[in-house]
Design a protein around this ligand. Structure first.
Ligand SMILES: Nc1ncnc2c1ncn2[C@@H]1O[C@H](COP(=O)(O)OP(=O)(O)O)[C@@H](O)[C@H]1O
Ligand SMILES: [Mg+2]
Length: 152
């Protein structure tokens, strides 16, 4: 597991960007963003998207569950999900129903539902330690992203 300290929103975005660059060549990668409201999950996701050259502005998809973004690679889509509201519905959630292509799948509030999430994923934990400071952990669970976590 890797630990990083962030001292600003910009730094958190940059850590996301660096991780995104390392994961760019993966055919399919799932990144779970875990942390309380306002910890910086969407900020981190913006950095991941920037690494894939997403041109559209990435905002929190809270009211839509999922938003899709084109990247600079036609075979790679950036999928941004927010499962915050699903706890009220109490449904099981099947990720595969939402994902219709390869690319990077980023999920905020991944543990909010009894979700059918893939066993292989990269788990990013963001912990608020002050107004501007965050502890960020990155852990590769399963095979695909070990190299990225090693080098970040
Ligand atoms: N070090 C930091 N990392 C991330 N966000 C920070 C940091 N310091 C302050 N912030 C602020 O915290 C908020 C994080 O919001 P957001 O990324 O939407 O969080 P979440 O998606 O986890 O609810 C933003 O207003 C951001 O400017
Ligand atoms: Mg968010």
């Amino acid at each position: 597991m890797k630990h990083k300290q962030s001292h600003s929103a910009k730094e958190t975005e940059m850590i996301g960007y660096e991780l995104g660059l390392l994961l760019k060549s993966e055919k399919r990668v799932v990144i779970l963003l875990n942390g309380e409201l306002g910890s910086g999950k969407t900020t981190f996701a913006k950095g991941l998207a920037r690494a894939l050259n997403v041109k559209e502005i990435v905002n929190s998809p809270t009211f839509t569950i999922m938003k899709k973004y084109d990247t600079d690679n036609i075979e790679c889509t950036f999928f941004h999900l927010d499962l915050y509201r699903l706890d009220q519905i109490g449904n099981d959630f099947d990720l595969e129903e939402y994902i219709d292509g390869d690319g990077m799948v980023v999920i905020e509030w991944p543990y909010n539902v009894k979700a059918l999430l893939p066993n292989d994923h990269l788990l990013v934990g963001i912990n608020k330690t002050g107004d501007e400071t965050r502890d960020i952990t990155m852990e590769c669970v399963g095979y695909p992203c070990k190299r990225a976590v090693q080098y970040i």
